[in-house]
Design a protein around this ligand. Sequence first.
Ligand SMILES: [Zn+2]
Length: 308
Amino acid sequence: MVTRLYTHPIYLEHLTSAGHPERPDRLRAIQRALDDEPFETLDRAEAPEGDEQTILFVHPEPFVESIRRQVPEEGLAQIDGDTILSPKSWQAALTAIGAANAAVDDVFSGKIDNVFVAARPPGHHAEKTTAMGFCLFNNSAIAARYAQRRYGAERVAIVDWDVHHGNGTQDIFWEDPSVLYCSTHQMPLFPGTGAKSEAGVGNIVNAPLSPDTGSDDFREAFRSRVLPALDNFAPDLIIISAGFDAHHRDPLAEINLTEADFDWATGQLMDRAARFSSNRLVSLLEGGYDLHGLAFSVAAHVKRLMKG
Ligand SMILES: [Zn+2]
């Protein structure tokens, strides 16, 4: 497998308030973990700045402009109690989109099998016209649309194992059978959506997990809900909304996964990518707020991406 890693120093300059869980140290922890010897052969690239036009594939222009206007010249600005802007947030968000789209370019070029994007801010809570839950723009949704428009992908699957439901991604593709959205997440938990009954036009597959469950329930949800949906859909591209906050150490939720579960789930999705999408798989960082749990989990995930 040829695995590429995108990151960029600008992602450290998207600042949040003191004590906020979604903080630059998350990426520093990931970078330290991936500087280790097993990752020597990782193809490392600096994320390119994104094309603003691609944001409009998903979000209407007045919304995009309202985010741009709220970016402060100094200090911090609040979109809501959770979602913060600092002076470099626009550039960080645009570069997160740039990396996601470049990852799509890479896997469709045939030279790269799969890509992990270590970027912030995350994206899966961003709805068409609402930034929330630490997210400004929906990176995975933009990448899915980019794959469709640029490469003619007919069916894109987004698999979201972040412990929170990706209400934004669900909102964006609610009536769009060309995108399959599958999510495992704790319920009840923020943002409150993600019941099994929320199915869109048959293209939304929610697999909620009860608090204090772990590996067995997560893998069962994958086996009984996520993987059959993928097999039925036969995607041209798989995008992972890769949050690592279902790790047992994470302070924001009560699901007890370990690195071994992320390794396993990565392998399952790679198996489907091999079968359906010429290995094309793009993984985008979402949440994960315990620095050790995050670093260990990302290491296991990327190791699996490299190994096949
Ligand atoms: Zn999360």
